[in-house]
Ligand binder design. Structure first.
Ligand code: ASP
Length: 581
């Protein structure tokens, strides 16, 4: 090897050793007759020292080094006179007696420091330079650790990793497929997998029993912040299991990752039904790091002459502890905040619970102190708290209150990134009605089994059929989701029918699966985790891009390789594509 040690490993105990280090020049400085160069590699930074008195020629060479030059330095490890306690190698330096420039570098377009001066777009264009920065490298190391520990845990549980194809045909996960034209089959296309869903089910029919794969998936969705057209899943499937077996197995995976990657133990999982999650938190992925449950106030507030509440389908309140002193300005800001189109509320009603036991509200005209005291009681409020009330159409108010609850959680610092609240949300509805398409869609996907006791309602009352589906939610983020699957072709056919597939459509798209179910399919179920998101949660960041080595930007572009891009007309001809470009 070109080096004897890396730039992060030498300590005082190595003093006197002759070593060779290789790396990039972080920076250099001159001090009296000395030149100091910080040499960086993946493992750390070591100071190189050059003394003009003992070797003027070498010192001159060192002074000519620019940022990001790649060098090799040979010398003797020595104790430093002024130590740097901020880095692990800070007790020593290398007294260099031979220096080789392995490759010079142009001046980088941004500084390779923890706090860089480079904007997002520039860093993405030169992502290979960005990756030299410690925060980016740390994120990739975290991702690696997560992947390794996932493999260890699942391997110990007898899962085997099986690769499934990338050139497949459409799987209905609700998004648009990326298509790949086939040159040797004119006019025909492969689709890139939105998930390996059907393959993993076929692996269960194949007797694999426990499958997993850390796998790239592709969804051609409209641009939304923090969505990547290609992303990674930890995809899993198990045979001969009940829902609870799956929940326990993957709770185990999450706990293993918390312990080995984050050093966090004593993680516990709540279970909450979809219906309760919506009722109390207005979200199917509630942030349970704090309570602040919704209380429905309809019975207490109606028929008192306040038209807004009388006309509302639902009136919901939350209690924000300790916010009773909010100023006029703060309340105006909150009111503007709930009126933004994303939230869509018409207004915000507040009740301040004063320390003397009285109440001050924005609807004092309509409600007596006794009435307000009843609201406060229903919401379990104490003096010093504030009640925030929204009213209107049920779905929108639930959703709006869900957002307001999160905002108040943030304002009250209740959403600490180092605290973890984990839950399973269970019993999702099986189907969702789409008013525009005038038909039902599978909320999860068409292979999800209904809850056993609801199966006979599939045709008579489809809207009220619960799915045997579950999501893992951590700190308000959906980390994974899955279901117990349908494993008999009669029920699967019935499901396709409810979803509006004709028999021919079902056959042409999923004939292979329906056929497989005729040859002894075992009961099975599974789950898939959004691996990028899991990593960003563990890293304490909101952005999944920070955990992907070469991500696309919000317009779905890779600005480094400049893709997507035009192709040669001959390539299009070979693919039998005619495009007006
Ligand atoms: N294939 C599903 C998804 O990608 C997950 C599952 O049901 O296992 O969301």
């Amino acid at each position: 090897m070109l080096r004897t040690h890396n730039c992060g490993e030498l300590r005082l105990s190595d003093a006197g050793k002759e070593v060779v280090l290789c790396g990039w020049v972080q920076r250099s400085r001159e001090l009296g007759g000395m030149t100091f160069v910080e040499l960086r590699d993946r493992y750390g930074i070591t100071q190189l020292a050059f003394n003009v008195q003992t070797n003027a020629e070498l010192c001159k060479q060192a002074r000519e080094l620019g940022r990001e030059f790649v060098v090799s330095a040979e010398g003797v490890v020595a104790e430093r006179s002024s130590k740097n306690t901020k880095i692990p190698t800070g007790d020593i330096e290398l007294i260099v007696n031979k220096l080789d420039i392995l490759n010079p570098s142009e001046i980088p377009p941004f500084t390779i420091e923890d706090d860089t001066d480079g904007g997002d777009e520039l860093r993405m264009k030169y992502r290979y330079l960005d990756i030299r920065r410690k925060p980016v490298r740390k994120n990739l190391e975290l991702r690696h650790k997560m992947a390794i520990e996932t493999r260890k845990y699942l391997n110990d549980q007898d899962f085997i990793e099986v690769e499934t194809p990338v050139l497949i045909k459409s799987t209905p996960e609700g998004a648009r497929d990326f298509l790949v034209p086939s040159r040797i089959n004119p006019g025909q296309f492969y689709a890139l997998p939105q998930s390996p869903q059907t393959f993993k089910q076929l692996l269960m029919v194949g007797g694999i029993d426990r499958y997993f794969q850390i796998v790239k998936c592709f969804r051609d969705e409209d641009l939304r912040a923090d969505r990547q057209p290609e992303f990674t899943q930890i995809d899993c499937e198990m045979s001969f299991v009940t829902r609870d077996d799956i929940l326990n197995t993957f709770e185990g995976l999450a706990k293993h990752l918390f312990k080995t990657v984050k050093g966090v133990e004593n993680i516990s999982f709540d279970r909450i039904t979809y219906a309760d999650a919506m009722k109390y938190y207005g979200s199917d992925k509630p942030d349970l790091r704090f309570d602040m449950k919704f209380v429905e106030l309809n019975d207490l507030v109606k028929s008192k002459g306040f038209q807004v509440f009388d006309d509302a389908e639902i009136v919901l309140g939350i209690c924000a502890n300790g916010c009773g002193e909010y100023t006029r300005k703060q309340l105006d800001e909150l009111t503007e905040w709930v009126k933004r189109p994303q939230i869509g509320a018409k207004g915000l009603v507040y009740v301040k619970c004063n320390s003397d036991g009285s109440y001050k509200s924005s609807v004092d005209k309509f409600y007596s102190q006794e009435s307000l005291a009843e609201w406060a009681k229903a919401l379990n409020a104490k003096p010093g708290d504030i009640l925030l009330v929204l009213a209107g159409d049920k779905n929108q108010t639930l959703k709006g209150m869900g957002e307001l609850r999160l905002e108040m959680g943030s304002q009250l610092n209740l959403r600490d990134v180092n605290k973890f609240a984990c839950a399973w949300v269970v019993d999702f509805p099986l189907l969702e009605y789409d008013k525009d398409a005038k038909r039902y869609f599978a909320m999860h996907h068409p292979f999800t089994s209904p809850v056993a006791e609801d199966i006979d309602k599939l045709e008579s009352d489809p809207a009220n059929v619960r799915a045997n589906a579950y999501d893992m939610v951590i700190n308000g983020v959906e980390i994974g989701g899955g279901s117990i699957r349908i494993f008999n072709s009669v029920l699967q056919n019935k499901m396709f029918k409810v979803l509006g597939f004709t028999e021919e459509e079902a056959r042409s798209q999923f004939g292979f699966l329906l056929d497989a179910f005729k040859y002894g399919a075992p009961p099975h179920g599974g789950i898939a985790f959004g691996f990028d998101r899991f990593c960003s949660l563990f890293g304490g960041s909101e952005s999944i891009r920070d955990y992907i080595a070469f991500p696309k930007n919000n317009a779905g572009r890779d600005v480094m390789i400049d893709s997507p891009s035009k192709v040669d007309i001959q390539q299009l001809k070979d693919l039998h594509l005619k495009l007006d470009l």
